[in-house]
Design a protein around this ligand. Structure first.
Ligand code: FAD
Length: 437
């Protein structure tokens, strides 16, 4: 008979990726006595969590921005690390750029069929609950508009799609309603971490063994051992490996598995959407947008703008665009012209030459970033059920975590954290059983 600690400390686990999922898993595994090594390609931890501390007097989020919801797992860490938060906008603080002019507050209700911006999700839920086959959000909303004589003008379509693609990751023409139905809401509002999201992960990673600048190139696995080769020429051996690679990186097959992943796993990788979601941060000498505007949803390809310093005493005159779906692909194709085009959008919206006030701009292209190749994952039409398939371990040797593996909270930091904890549990389960014999 062995006690559980002996059984667990004997395991050496390699975690690939030091994002929220990898850090959460490594923490759980190490706290239970496993030997854990995290291999990370970048020269920093955090992955798609990246706070800039050099753009403004306050932190600015280049990747994940909010804690979505008042009760998600991230709050445990916020409290544990004594971090502080700022609650974000209510709907009324958001303006709308539609029909070449800015609408605010009650004025929004004058936009024909504006309610679709908020109700597309309910329409999709109804569709699924009526037992209808999977279809794109675009097709379902269009059908609903036809049946209800709603005015779905091209401008309104652009507005709804701006909301859908920045929020869900995929363009509404590809986003499947069945996949969207799997996702749960996060009630209670959105919150920024005052010290920056990176501060949260920096504290969570303290005491863990992370090897930065070490891109994994190949994973050789058998039923009882794993060998990992990095592009830096190093070889690492372990009893188990936890893969937290972003979906875009898995789809690109940047890491070679030998033997290949089973067909069901590969089908899950290929069958989900690796959405492109990018950001453009702009700093100005002074504010030239309405004082009461927390953000603005637009019909333009820059989709949504908000104020990263909203409700902070030390707010700098900064605007951040968040752009998803085909609009993100458009900005990625512009390269160095992305920031100038975004400036033109601001000039058009606010009727003021934005260049006159401009100080610095940064395009953060997560969709083309070498180590993410996606902003976040989304469910394509007929993509429902694949997240669970992506999450399944292979031969109790290869384990999988990361936002794309979370069935109900994909595309979020809390989903990534929970997926890491789930995978750690799966890794330990057989050991626990052995120890109990
Ligand atoms: C623009 C944007 C805005 C967002 N806004 C929010 C938000 O407001 N709220 C929210 O909750 N979520 C938001 N998200 C989503 C959130 O950032 C992600 O869901 C979450 O951070 C994913 O964590 P992860 O650990 O699954 O993946 P990642 O953070 O991507 O971690 C994977 C790690 O693997 C590493 N890696 C890649 N290839 C290799 C390799 N070959 N070898 C070794 N390591 C490798 C990567 O460098 C990375 O560090 C946003 C994302 C984006 C892009």
């Amino acid at each position: 008979m062995t006690d559980s600690t002996t059984a667990q400390t004997s395991l050496h686990v390699i975690v690939v990726g030091a994002g929220a999922a990898g850090i959460s898993a490594a923490r759980s595994l190490q706290d239970t006595g496993c030997r854990v090594t995290i291999l990370e390609a970048r020269d920093r931890i955090g992955g798609r969590v990246q706070t800039a501390y050099d753009l403004a007097p306050h932190p600015v989020e280049l990747g994940a921005e909010y804690i979505h919801g008042a009760n998600v797992v991230t709050w445990d860490m916020v409290r544990q690390f004594n971090l502080t938060t700022v609650s974000d906008v209510t709907k009324d603080d958001f303006h709308i750029y539609f029909g070449d002019r800015i609408h605010s507050g009650d004025d929004k209700s004058r936009i024909p069929s504006f309610h679709l911006v908020d109700t597309y999700e309910d329409i999709a839920i109804d569709w699924v609950e009526q037992g209808r086959p999977d279809a794109s959000v675009h097709d379902v909303v269009t059908k609903w508009a036809e049946l209800n004589n709603a005015d779905l003008s091209p401008d309104l379509q652009r507005l709804v799609n701006s909301r859908v693609s920045a929020r869900e990751g995929g363009d509404w023409a590809r986003l499947g309603v069945h996949g969207m139905y799997e996702q749960n809401d996060n009630p209670g509002g959105n919150f920024r971490i005052k010290e920056g999201y990176t501060a949260l992960l920096e504290q969570a990673v303290a005491g863990l063994n992370v090897t930065l600048n070490t891109p994994v190139q190949s994973i050789l696995w058998s039923q009882d051992r794993v060998q990992i080769h990095s592009t830096t020429g190093q070889t690492f051996a372990a009893d188990r490996v936890l893969v937290t690679l972003p979906l875009g990186v898995l789809q690109a097959q940047d890491v070679r598995f030998t033997p290949s992943l089973p067909p069901g796993k590969q089908a899950a990788i290929n069958g989900l959407g690796a959405g492109h979601v990018d950001k453009i941060a702009m700093r100005f000498r002074e504010r030239f947008w309405p004082q009461d505007m927390a953000g603005i949803l637009t019909t333009l390809q820059s989709q949504i703008w908000w104020r990263p310093g909203w409700r902070r005493d030390d707010e700098a005159p900064l605007l951040m665009a968040i752009i998803g779906g085909d609009a993100a692909l458009h900005f990625e194709s512009l390269g160095a012209d992305a920031v100038p085009e975004a400036l033109d959008h601001l000039s058009a919206m606010f009727g003021e030459n934005a260049r006159k006030h401009f100080e610095a701009g940064r395009f953060i292209s997560w969709g083309t970033d070498r180590w993410s190749k996606t902003g976040y994952s989304y469910g394509l039409v007929k993509g429902a059920g694949l997240r669970d398939q992506l999450a399944q371990p292979v031969d109790d040797i290869l384990f999988f975590a990361g936002e794309a593996t979370h069935v109900t909270h994909s595309g979020t930091v809390h989903g990534a954290i929970e997926s890491g904890a789930r995978a750690a549990h799966e890794i330990l389960k057989p050991e626990k059983l052995k120890a109990d014999i």
